[in-house]
Write a protein that binds this ligand. Structure first.
Ligand code: AMP
Length: 325
């Protein structure tokens, strides 16, 4: 066992107040991991105060329960802060994390910013929830995992691994998923929350296929501009799901979704298989994992520049590698 797990367990055990933090633009993994760990701590040590305070809300994840009401700055100052699933400090959604007495970082992104006093970073993990599951496994004789905690953790494991299909999935992922699943997860209800689509959302999907573009090197992309968002009555969050529609095109090793934000920026979601694309995201004000990154561009020209870079990158990859599909 990685000795940092023992340190984290000891710090949690000793703390009276614990504040949990996650990243901006919440997703199933950061919500599941923070709520899952919160529930484990509350069930194991009911006398502790464990808070998760965040302004951001997501309808499709609301089945995991509401966050806590804001607390005083004094509560932060006396707390142990645990930040989960956030690579760099700018992306921590509640910036009051900095008030905490001590900070633990638990993350599965490539390490670029060890902002914690204690850092547990394992970038080969398919999700942050997998790390919380590994933490639970290491101390399962001393921790309580309720059905609710299991549902939170399983949500993150399923969503961040693309239903266990992404490359980052290992035997460990599946063993830990088995441990969590056996704690009573109702998968029929969970998958209904996560994957059922409305009639209008499917109409939007059809429009993505109608409007998607392809570069000569094999990069597929879609621009979900404000017009399209209005035409289909999309929330920003729903517009962001467009990326998943482009994931299964033969010979397309990289796919991109550009989504206009209400602030006038263009959010970029980058995905790939075989070839890594995080260096492209890093060039355009972003970062992330080898095959799943995010970035932001600020004009149509910059969008075209990113597409051209991705196209060149994929051409190079195809010219120098075999076995890709
Ligand atoms: P997304 O397309 O938002 O799902 O992002 C894919 C991955 O890239 C996630 O794991 C994010 O944490 C990471 N990511 C997204 N945007 C950024 C950014 N601006 N800087 C660093 N990492 C990012």
């Amino acid at each position: 066992m990685n000795p940092v797990l023992q340190t984290i367990f000891d710090r949690i055990k000793a703390a009276e107040t614990i504040m949990l933090f996650r990243h901006i633009r919440i997703d199933g993994d950061c919500v599941g991991a923070t709520k899952g760990l919160q529930e484990i701590i509350r069930r194991t040590w009911p006398e502790k105060s464990v808070y998760l305070v965040d302004d951001e809300h997501s309808d499709y994840l609301s089945f995991l329960g509401a966050d806590d009401a804001p607390v005083s700055d004094e509560a932060y100052a006396n707390a142990l802060g645990i930040v989960i699933d956030v690579g760099n400090r700018e992306r921590i959604s509640n910036q009051k994390y900095a008030l905490c007495q001590e900070i633990i970082k638990i993350d599965h992104h490539i390490e670029r910013d060890p902002y914690g006093h204690i850092n547990w970073v394992e970038d080969w993990r398919s999700s942050a929830c997998e790390m919380i599951a590994a933490f639970y496994e290491a101390f399962q004789d001393r921790l309580v995992l309720s059905k609710r905690a299991a549902e939170c953790l399983y949500t993150g494991m399923v969503t961040d691994s693309g239903r266990f299909m992404y490359e980052g999935v290992t035997g460990d992922t599946m063993r830990l998923a088995g441990l969590i699943l056996d704690s009573g997860v109702d998968t029929e209800t969970l998958y209904s929350h996560l994957y059922l689509r409305t009639f209008d959302e499917l109409k939007f999907k059809a429009a993505i296929y109608e409007n998607m573009q392809l570069t000569p090197g094999g990069v597929a992309w879609i621009h979900v501009d404000m017009d399209m968002q209005k035409r289909f009555g999309l929330t920003f969050e729903t517009a962001c799901t467009s990326i998943s529609s482009l994931s299964d095109i033969k010979g397309v090793l990289c796919w991109l979704a550009f989504i206009d934000t209400p602030e006038g920026e263009i959010r970029v979601r980058l995905r790939s298989r075989f070839a890594s694309i995080n260096t492209i995201a890093e060039k355009y004000h972003g970062g992330g994992h080898a095959c799943a990154s995010g970035a932001t561009v600020y004009s149509a020209d910059e969008m075209q520049a990113l597409i051209a870079d991705a196209d060149e990158h994929i051409r190079d990859y195809k010219a120098t590698h075999e076995g890709w599909l």
